[in-house]
Ligand binder design. Structure first.
Ligand SMILES: C[S@@+](CC[C@H](N)C(=O)[O-])C[C@H]1O[C@@H](n2cnc3c(N)ncnc32)[C@H](O)[C@@H]1O
Length: 591
């Protein structure tokens, strides 16, 4: 695209050292840094930025970049800047760290945006309406669609204005748009009855990331399905009052965080809403009951720098002499994005990260890494500092109990949230709820117990406790942790959770005085486990889950038995800035 103009709107500025870093929020193209030797940013205010999410109330800027020839087909090298201090140098630096595919996408995106922006700046673009923004500017080529692209209802890269109505539990915006009348009538002749509603005017759903309910956005379609489309966010036209500037410069691209652009209070409102919706849609609970049962999301003030474990990946180096991308999956595509720092990991982990990255390349140079294999690195922050070896023992204290476990093994990784989560689980397990709580549970069964977090934390409130866990190494740790803390009333069994109900000691527990705590992995409890649990029939069940969807599924089974009622559900914000929810459901036997 030779017509590429040499202006691009830049709308994000950050204080960096003594100067301002100016980069595009969407593609992260860094124009440069003010005050850098030999380079001065030429900034000019623009009213809106077609690239970014922030344009209302935040000033947009355009900076100057050097034009280049036919970038979409060019490999990274021709993009080398002509002189040392041009803005293209900064862009090239970014590009160099990005795999080829991403570069193409980036360049393609830049080209398209620049064309749109130029039209806008020249006053050629008409005022936005669904009709006149729904196609690419006349005469400008759109990139060819991917091979399997379904061309209906929208062509590839069709631009839409859409209002966000809700968020999915994956953190993606649910926007609805109207379909043109003639398209609806044509389509209705061909669609199955079940899909009819999707084609009806105003019902077509477009999923758009990084948007907030209430916002009007401009988005670009990249995939159509039978009943919905998926689109990239181009511009926020009407901005939500809950929108905040992400702390991380790759927040829009990295698949790790979904909600950095959302105020944390509002993130928690939506996390609660997701639990309500899952209990309604999957759990089969009517919505007013679910609304009344699910309490407000509990969180702490540590909404950044809270994660005590980080596991960045790198791909197989193959013939490369350097591994330059070490990070996480990108949003939407199966490709890694480089993550030199992570704002949700603890400061100590961030301090250790550059050294870890350097060490990977040293090992590559020394031939210690297999070139055909990628790998996942470990950074675990505990009392010992940041540890990288999976087999090294680390310790951490939750409330007054000390836990020692292997750095690579499972342990809840938000130390700030853990005390109140543990308090809640132990309190519910022991005491029942509110006025109805009798507080007289004496026996505890901790299923999926890991290295003993809930069991040991509850031990002083119960006469006897037993934990069961399939990972025998974790069971060893749980036993050692009992000894470490002088706990004598806890036993740990290495087996699959349902085994705890097959004969043995638990069958002697008084059912009316027994609480079963469940904390399974994301896939939830097995049917066999739930069957045995129902057969055993403890007075109370406290179900902690990192998969509120599977928890809702299991809730349906427990409630369908008629033996239990759901007393309350509390979402915990164990992972602020991400879509992840930890949810605790408390069940009481009916009779
Ligand atoms: C979400 S973790 C909870 C661990 C512990 N409750 C904690 O908070 O530290 C889930 C645990 O379930 C274990 N697990 C997975 N499948 C299991 C099964 N079928 N039976 C027992 N434990 C299982 C995993 O090894 C893991 O330790």
């Amino acid at each position: 695209m030779n017509a590429l103009r040499n202006t691009i709107p830049m709308e994000r500025q950050e204080k960096v050292g003594g100067g301002r870093k100016v980069q595009c929020r969407s593609c992260l193209w860094e124009v440069g840094r003010e005050g850098e030797e030999g380079y001065r940013i030429e900034l000019e205010k623009v009213e809106t930025c077609v690239l970014g999410e922030f344009h209302e109330g935040v000033e947009g800027f355009k900076g100057r970049i050097v034009p280049y020839e036919n970038p979409s087909s060019a490999p990274p090298t021709p993009l080398k800047p002509e002189s040392k201090s041009t803005p293209a140098l900064h862009a090239a630096k970014d590009i160099k760290q990005t795999p080829t595919l991403s570069l193409k996408q980036r360049v393609e995106m830049l080209e398209n945006f620049i064309v749109v922006q130029n039209k806008r700046l020249e006053g050629l673009e008409k005022k936005s309406t669904l009709q006149d923004t729904s196609t690419f500017p006349a005469g400008e080529p759109t990139p060819p669609p991917p091979k399997k692209f379904i061309p209906k209802p929208f062509p590839y890269h069709h631009i839409l204005e859409a209002r966000c109505e809700a968020l999915t539990n994956l953190g993606v915006g649910v926007c609805r748009v109207s379909l043109p009348d003639d398209y609806v009538s044509e389509s209705l002749q061909n669609v199955e009855e079940a899909d009819e509603e999707s084609y009806t005017k105003g019902k077509w759903v477009v999923f758009v990331p990084s948007v907030i309910p209430g916002e009007l956005v401009k988005c670009r379609v990249y995939r159509n399905y039978k009943g919905h489309s998926e689109a990239d966010l181009l511009e926020v036209i009407e901005r939500s009052e809950n929108r905040v500037e992400p702390k991380c410069r790759i927040a829009g691209e990295c698949g790790g965080c979904q909600y950095q652009h959302v105020d944390v209070g509002y993130q928690r409102v939506w996390k609660r809403q997701h639990v309500v919706e899952l209990l309604t849609k999957i759990g089969g609970i009517d919505s007013s009951t679910a609304e009344a049962t699910v309490k407000d999301t509990v969180g702490t003030d540590e909404v950044f720098h809270y994660r005590s474990k980080l596991t960045p990946h790198y791909d197989a180096p193959r013939d490369r002499s350097e591994i330059d991308v070490i990070g996480f999956q990108r949003k939407q595509i199966r490709q890694l994005i480089d993550v030199p720092e992570c704002v949700i990991a603890t400061k100590e982990i961030n301090e250790a990260l550059p050294g870890v990255r350097e060490r990977v390349n040293q090992r590559l140079e020394m031939g210690e890494l297999k070139k055909k294999k990628g790998a996942t690195l470990l950074l675990r922050h505990a009392d010992e500092g940041v540890v990288f070896d999976h087999n090294q023992y680390v310790t951490t204290t939750v409330k007054d109990i000390k836990f020692r476990f292997k750095a690579g093994n499972f342990f809840q990784n938000n130390p700030y949230m853990l005390p109140s989560m543990v308090n809640y689980v132990v309190g519910q397990a022991k005491g029942g709820i509110g006025e109805n709580g009798d507080g007289d549970m004496t026996h505890l069964v901790d299923c999926y117990c890991g290295s003993g977090l809930f069991c040991l934390s509850a031990s002083k409130d119960f006469e006897v406790c037993v934990g069961i866990e399939v990972n025998d190494k974790a069971v060893e740790e749980a036993r050692e942790n009992a000894a470490l803390n002088g706990v004598e009333n806890c036993e740990f069994v290495a087996a699959s959770a349902e085994q705890i109900f097959y004969g043995g000691q638990v069958q002697t527990y008084p059912k009316d005085k027994t609480c079963v705590v469940i904390d399974p992995p994301r896939k939830g409890a097995s049917e066999e486990f739930l069957e045995q649990l129902l057969k055993f029939g403890p007075k109370r069940i406290v179900y902690m889950s990192c998969g509120p969807d599977t928890q809702a599924r299991d809730t349906k089974i427990l409630l369908a038995s008629g033996a239990y009622e759901l007393r309350e559900v509390v979402p915990f914000d164990l992972f602020p800035q991400t879509r992840h929810i930890e949810s605790c459901a408390v069940f009481e036997r009916v009779n």
